[in-house]
Write a protein that binds this ligand. Structure first.
Ligand code: SF4
Length: 697
C-alpha cells in the first residue's frame, strides 16, 4: 500500500544551505533526542496540526506535499497533519477536509506521507471529528454530539445526540482510520480530543448531559473517548504510536473539571496512548488562547500540571513562538516536547535555524491570526497563509528564483512592503538599496510595536534587519532620493507607505486647532496627550491607539501584578488603575467598531477596551472640534465629547508623490500603502512586497 517513491511530488527544497558548521551548544534541552512510543525523534520541536484550507475534494496535492516537505527540510522533528475526518459528519468547519474512506482523499494522503518519508521526515495523521462544530450546510447532515446542545458559534444549527448504539461503531471509525493512516504511510496518529471537538464534548458536563452510561458521571463522560483511544491504539499496532490531543483547560462554563482531566489522562495512558499533546480552550472560549494578547508560553503551566502526574511524554503548545521560549518550557520541566504550529507557517525552517545557531534569522510568528486562522475560519473560508511569510501554503509560487541578470534596484520605503521586497530581491541576487526617509526601518511596524500585545512585531523588524544584512542589501536611512537620482537605477520599487488622512476644515471644522494630532505623532510620542482623549475614527488603528493610550497608566504592569497579588488592589481594580490615567472615546461614522479586524482577535481587543472604560460611539455625525472636545450627533442627540487631545485616526492616504515623477521614466512598481491606502494591512503590504520582489526581471 505504501508508495516509498511517492508520485510526482516536487523534490523537497532546502530554504537554507545545510552544513553550517558545528552547531553551537545553544538550546541544550531542545536539541535532546526524544521518543514517543516506538518513534525516535531527533529533538524536541514538533510541528503541530494546522488545517490549511487546502485539503478536501479539490486539494492541490502538489502544493500540500511542498508545504509539508518544506517543514521537513526546516527541521520539524515530527509533523502532525491538519485534521482528517474519520466520518463524513465529522468534517470540520468549512468542509474542506480530507476524509478517511474517500478514495481520492486517501490517494492524496498517501502521496503526502510518501513525500514526507522521502524527504526524511516523520508525519502523524490527525484523526478528527468536529462534533457539534460541524455545520449541516457543509456536511449535508445534522451534526452529531453527545447531547443536543448547540454551540455558541452556530446556535441555529443544533446537533442531534448520538444514539448509544452508534457509539461503538463510531469508535471503530477512529480505529479503522488509524489502521488506514498507518497503511498509507503515516508514522503515527493523533486523536483530536481538545478545542471543543467531539471527543472533548463527551468529557464536559456542559455538552454531555447523557444519563445512559456514556455520561452522567466523570467516568461515564470519559467512557467514549477512552474507548476510542483503546480501539485506536489496538488498531494502529505497536509500530504506530497514538498521540492524544487532550484539552488541558476547556475555558468554558461547564467545561471539564481539572480532576476529571487528570483521571482521563491516566485512563488514556492505561489505554496505551503514547503522548499527551496539551490543547487549550474551546473555539467558543471567552479567553484568548493563541492571539497576541496571550503572553508567550502562558499555558505551559497547564502542561506542567499534567506532566506532574503523567507516565508518557507531555507536549506543550500555544504561543511558544521562539526557540528561547521553547527551551525554557522544556528546561523548566513543564513538558517533554514543544508543538509549534503557526511558527512553522511563519518560518518553515523554524527548528533548523534554532538548532543550527541561526535563531536570529527566524521569521517569528507574531500571533496575529490575520492570514492563517482568520482566513480558514472566515466565511467563506480561504486557504491559510501567513502575514509575515506570504509564501506559506504557496511555496512554489513564491520561490525566490535566482535572477538571470542581476539588476540595480532601488526600493523606496522601509516599511513592511519595502522590507519584504528588498529581502526577496536580495535573495534573488539583485543589487538592492533600500531608502528609508526616517532614522529607523519599520514604517507602520514601529507604531504597531508600541501597542500592548503587539510587541511581537519587534521580532519581524529584527528578522528583516538580519536578513537584509545577510543578503547584502544596502540600507540608507534618512534618505529621500530625488526622482532624477532614481531614474539612474535599473528598476525602482515605490513602497513609501501612507500618511494619515486629515479632513479638510470644511469637513471637520476646528481640525486645525492645536490640541488635534494625527495618530502617528501620538504613537511616536511626538505630542503630549491629555487625560481625556477623543479619537476620530473607529477602525483597527483607532482601537490600537485606544489600547496604547489606556496602557500607560501610573503603574507598570509588573507593579500592578505585585499590588494585586498582595491585595493592595482588587483584581478588577488593577485594570481600572491601568487605564485610570486617561478617559478615551472612540468615534465612528459606521455602525460597527473595527469591522475589518479579524474574527479571532476582534472580540478580545474590544473586550479589553471595554474593561478599560473606553467609550465607543458608532453612527456618529461630526459637527466639529472645539477647545473642549468634539461636538457630535449620536442617535439624533447632540453632545460634546470632552477631550484635552483629539486624535485623527480616520484613514490614510497613499504617500506616492514620486509616482508621477517616475512613471514612464524608469521601470517602476508601486506597492503597499503607496499603491492603495486603506485600513493598515501588513499582510497585504508584505505579500505585495514579495510579489514585486519576484516580478523584477
Ligand atoms: Fe503567525 Fe500571524 Fe503568520 Fe498566523 S498569520 S502564522 S498568527 S504571523
Amino acid at each position: 500500500m505504501r508508495d516509498a517513491n511517492g508520485g510526482g511530488e516536487p523534490p523537497p527544497p532546502h530554504s537554507e544551505p545545510s552544513g553550517a558548521g558545528m552547531p553551537p551548544a545553544e538550546f541544550p534541552h531542545l536539541r535532546q533526542a526524544g521518543r514517543i512510543g516506538s518513534l525516535d525523534l531527533p529533538h524536541r520541536l514538533m510541528m503541530g496540526s494546522m488545517h490549511l484550507g487546502l485539503e478536501g475534494p479539490g486539494a492541490d496535492v502538489d502544493r500540500l506535499c511542498r508545504f509539508y516537505t518544506d517543514r521537513v527540510a526546516g527541521g520539524a522533528a515530527l509533523i502532525v497533519t491538519g485534521g482528517i475526518a474519520v466520518s463524513p459528519e465529522g468534517a470540520g468547519e468549512g468542509g474542506a477536509y480530507f476524509h478517511f474512506g474517500r478514495g481520492k482523499d486517501e490517494d492524496a494522503l498517501e502521496r503526502i506521507a510518501a513525500a514526507v518519508r522521502r524527504a526524511g521526515g516523520r508525519v502523524a495523521a490527525q484523526l478528527f471529528h468536529a462534533g457539534r462544530y460541524a455545520r449541516s450546510a457543509e456536511i449535508g447532515a445534522q451534526p452529531v454530539a453527545p447531547s443536543a446542545v448547540a454551540s455558541r458559534l452556530n446556535p441555529r444549527d443544533p446537533p442531534r445526540a448520538l444514539g448509544a448504539d452508534e457509539l461503538p461503531a463510531l469508535a471503530e471509525r477512529f480505529a479503522a482510520a488509524a489502521a488506514r493512516a498507518r497503511d498509507l504511510g503515516f508514522h503515527a496518529v493523533e486523536l483530536m480530543g481538545s478545542e471543543g471537538y467531539l471527543l472533548n464534548e463527551f468529557l464536559a458536563p456542559a455538552t454531555n448531559r447523557r444519563e445512559d452510561g456514556w455520561g452522567g458521571s466523570a467516568e461515564g463522560r470519559r467512557r467514549f473517548p477512552v474507548l476510542v483511544a483503546r480501539r485506536t491504539v489496538e488498531a494502529a499496532g505497536p509500530g504506530c504510536p497514538v498521540l492524544y490531543r487532550i484539552s488541558g483547560a476547556d475555558l468554558v462554563e461547564g467545561g471539564t473539571p481539572w480532576e476529571d482531566t487528570l483521571a482521563f489522562a491516566a485512563a488514556l495512558e492505561d489505554a496505551g496512548i503514547a503522548a499527551l499533546d496539551v490543547g487549550i480552550g474551546w473555539h467558543e472560549a471567552p479567553v484568548p488562547t493563541v492571539g497576541m494578547l496571550v503572553p508567550r508560553a502562558a499555558f505551559a503551566a497547564v502542561a506542567a500540571r499534567l506532566r506532574a502526574a503523567a507516565r508518557v511524554p507531555v507536549i506543550a503548545a500555544n504561543r511558544i513562538n521562539t526557540p528561547e521560549v521553547a527551551e525554557r518550557v522544556i528546561a523548566s520541566g513543564a513538558a517533554d516536547f514543544v508543538s509549534a504550529a503557526r511558527p512553522f507557517l511563519a518560518d518553515p525552517a523554524f527548528a533548523r535555524k534554532a538548532l543550527e545557531g541561526r535563531a536570529h534569522r527566524i521569521n517569528v510568528c507574531v500571533a496575529c491570526n490575520q492570514a492563517c486562522l482568520d482566513r480558514v475560519l472566515g466565511r467563506p473560508p480561504r486557504p491559510a497563509s501567513c502575514l509575515v511569510n506570504p509564501a506559506a501554503g504557496r511555496e512554489a509560487a513564491f520561490e525566490p528564483a535566482r535572477a538571470a541578470t542581476p539588476r540595480r534596484v532601488a526600493v523606496v520605503g522601509g516599511g513592511p512592503a519595502g522590507l519584504e521586497c528588498a529581502r526577496v530581491l536580495g535573495a534573488r541576487g539583485h543589487d538592492v538599496t533600500l531608502f528609508e526617509g526616517e532614522g529607523a526601518l519599520g514604517g507602520q511596524l514601529r507604531h504597531a510595536m508600541r501597542v500592548p500585545g503587539k510587541g511581537e512585531f519587534a521580532e519581524t523588524l529584527r528578522y528583516f534587519t538580519a536578513e537584509l544584512a545577510a543578503l547584502g542589501v544596502r540600507v540608507e536611512l534618512r534618505a529621500r532620493p530625488e526622482p532624477a537620482e532614481l531614474r539612474a537605477w535599473d528598476a525602482v520599487v515605490l513602497a513609501s507607505g501612507v500618511r494619515p488622512r486629515v479632513p479638510a476644515e470644511t469637513e471637520l471644522p476646528g481640525v486645525g486647532l492645536p490640541h488635534v494630532a494625527a495618530y502617528p505623532d501620538v504613537f511616536a510620542g511626538r505630542v503630549a496627550v491629555g487625560e481625556r482623549v477623543a479619537i476620530i475614527g473607529g477602525g483597527g488603528v483607532a482601537c490600537d491607539l485606544a489600547h496604547f493610550l489606556t496602557e500607560s497608566g501610573p503603574a507598570s504592569p509588573e507593579a500592578l501584578a505585585f499590588l494585586t497579588e498582595y491585595g493592595v488592589l482588587p483584581p478588577d481594580g488593577a485594570l481600572r488603575a491601568l487605564g485610570a490615567r486617561r478617559q478615551v472615546t472612540l468615534m465612528r461614522r459606521g455602525e460597527r467598531i473595527a469591522p475589518l479586524l479579524g474574527l479571532t482577535t476582534r472580540w478580545a481587543l474590544l473586550g479589553t477596551l471595554r474593561r478599560r472604560g473606553v467609550r465607543m460611539l458608532t453612527g456618529v455625525r461630526y459637527l466639529g472640534v472645539t477647545g473642549g472636545g468634539v461636538r457630535v450627533v449620536v442617535e439624533d442627540r447632540e453632545e460634546l465629547v470632552p477631550a484635552d487631545t483629539v486624535v485623527l485616526a480616520c484613514g490614510q492616504e497613499p504617500r506616492d508623490e514620486l509616482r508621477a515623477d517616475l512613471e514612464g521614466t524608469v521601470p517602476l512598481r508601486v506597492i503597499g500603502g503607496a499603491r492603495a491606502a486603506g485600513e493598515l494591512d501588513a499582510a497585504r503590504a508584505i505579500a505585495e512586497g514579495a510579489e514585486a520582489g519576484l516580478a523584477v526581471g
